[in-house]
Design a binder for this molecule. Sequence first.
Ligand SMILES: O=C(O)CCC(=O)C(=O)O
Length: 261
Amino acid sequence: MDAIYAGLLDHHVVFIEGSSLGPRELSTLGRGLGAVVNNHHSYVTHPDDRDVVVLEWGGDKRPDAAEWHSDMTYKAEPPFASVLQAVTLPPVGGDTLWASMFSVFDSLPAGLRSELGEMEAVHDMGAFRTPAYRSGGNEAMMAALDDAGSAVHPVVAHHPVTGRPYLNVSESFTRWIIGMSAPESARLLTMLFDAVNRPEHQVRLRWRPGTIAIWDNRGSQHYAIDDYLPHRRVMHRVAVVTDGRLEQRRSELADADVAAG
Ligand SMILES: O=C(O)CCC(=O)C(=O)O
């Protein structure tokens, strides 16, 4: 787990081939990195382990992750890492891409980087509204919005371990730059979202059954290509809320401060 953690800090996403873990083993793997969340406001969880979300698409059920995003940034404290395993794959397609938001940030002009450093943006659940609305109209949508919440984050965040700056807005969840008018905010965000699309910031994974991808949400975004319908694709995901190693280090530092008086 230490080697995986070191890999996450260096590369933001780590792939493990030939695994095939059951749901309990997958959540144990997640817990090796930190505390895991159980339950999700929109996805079903696995009957054998509620810490495992089942992402199942196919037929008329259109995948919802063909948009650049970092997981659940509408939370004040989004998950630190995600663990995803391929269970059933379509005969072709269904690749996932990750983008380094450090690399995207570094590619922006220096003046823009410094202006963005002063800005904050509102994140919310975005298109997760749709299934809620379709299932129960306004009332269900309001309940889902309430459950998921929304949060303001800096447009430029710093990785809490490496200190490296990264661009912290996504087309899925970032709605608004605080203090700007609607057209101003939309123009700036569109320009930033476009920057993520350059292939030099990206890596693309062609899944095999049992492949596991683990990514650090702090500085990466991902995009699951929806090119395989009507075939079926099933994935198991565990969201790791806290970085256990960082928490441990912080608590040791706090203890050392107390001991030093
Ligand atoms: O299915 C995938 O490849 C990625 C799913 C996804 O976007 C997520 O777990 O947030």
